[in-house]
Design a protein. Structure first.
Length: 345
């Protein structure tokens, strides 16, 4: 509903600024209507902005994500441009030939030009602003909200150290599935799985670091009030979504996918690397450790593995989920034994 609010406030402010110092007698002479007043103009502008903003808000909430979704940026921009033109025209016609005639009776006897220079300029200005905003929204969506923000701010041009949580999420038996169904169909299956995952990222304040084959690397920035439980919740929420779609997956692909994951936390160095194609890179032992933890899920036949540091940082989910301590684990390439915890929902 933010779109609705922005349109109402901006339209009302612009209208009030334009007509604040104009005499009512001049407006009546200019437009040729004796019953015209500033109040009526404000009412009409409010109704227009409320109607236009409401329709645009509905399209943004339900139309673009579901009905008009497209993988092509140009096609997506074209659809949004067409929606804007249709909604603007509908709202304008309702104001001019509907509410306007009702509020200003004289317009019934006078031919009202559908478009004049002021309306044309307003339409063009709104179109340009809306197109620019849609372009930024689409780029932000494709890059990821956090990554887009980092690029715009040039935040990690100089490497910075941060405390972060990482989840390595990997598809179970992916090699067998790819060989059985073929790489094209397997890629389609992966697309559908990661689309479902994307719908959960904002809910749990997560960022996608990268997709590597059939693996997704997810990260969270540790803050003073960070809730470690949301990392575990994301995994089990995603697993539930896949389970609910099991029948659909089996019908389309002959397989029902599942994922195993590992969660670990620690210090990493973040930096934007590259010039022609910038990419955010994380460097630190925590990534290697998490990857090796994830590989152990198969050996211990568990869906989720968390490190001791992650387990100690949690409170609520210690009663929500079942944790089993695994002591004296030696990760590949490591000499020191560590303690891990397997997690069941």
């Amino acid at each position: 509903m933010m779109i609705l609010g922005v349109w109402i406030m901006s339209t009302m402010c612009l209208t009030m600024i334009k007509y604040q110092d104009v005499q009512v007698s001049y407006l009546q002479w200019y437009y040729g209507f004796h019953s015209l007043s500033k109040e009526l103009i404000y009412i009409l502008s409010f109704v227009f902005s409320a109607m236009f903003g409401s329709l645009m808000a509905l399209v943004h909430l339900y139309g673009y994500p579901k009905w008009f979704a497209s993988a092509s940026l140009l096609k997506d921009m074209g659809i949004r441009l067409a929606c804007f033109v249709v909604i603007f025209s509908m709202s304008y016609l309702v104001i001019v030939y509907g509410i306007g005639i009702w509020l200003v009776p004289e317009t019934k006897e006078v031919h009202i030009p559908l478009v004049n220079d002021e309306i044309a300029l307003m339409f063009l200005g709104c179109l340009l602003i809306n197109s620019f905003a849609d372009f930024l929204l689409l780029v932000r969506k494709n890059m990821g909200p956090a990554y887009f923000s980092y690029i715009m701010q040039d935040k990690y041009y100089k490497p910075q150290e941060e405390d972060r949580v990482f989840m390595f999420l990997d598809m179970v038996s992916s090699t067998t599935m790819a060989e059985a169904m073929g790489h094209v169909q397997f890629s389609t299956l992966l697309q559908e799985c990661f689309q479902k995952l994307s719908s959960l990222l904002l809910k749990y304040d997560a960022e996608i670091y990268q997709y590597v084959g059939d693996e997704a690397v997810i990260t969270w920035k540790l803050t003073s009030n960070f809730q470690m439980e949301k990392c575990v919740d994301l995994y089990f929420d995603f697993s539930r979504m896949l389970l609910e779609a099991e029948h659909s997956f089996t019908e389309k692909y002959g397989w029902a996918p599942s994922f195993s994951a590992a969660i670990h936390q620690g210090k990493v160095t973040m930096a934007l690397v590259g010039d022609l194609k910038k990419e955010l890179a994380f460097h630190g032992d925590v990534l290697n450790t998490t990857a090796r933890m994830q590989a152990l899920c198969k050996d211990y036949q568990v869906g989720l593995m968390v490190s001791k540091e992650v387990y100690q940082a949690m409170e609520i989910t210690k009663t929500t989920y079942q944790y089993r301590e695994i002591k004296e684990v030696i990760l590949q390439g490591k000499r020191k034994e560590i303690t891990l915890y397997s997690v069941k929902g």
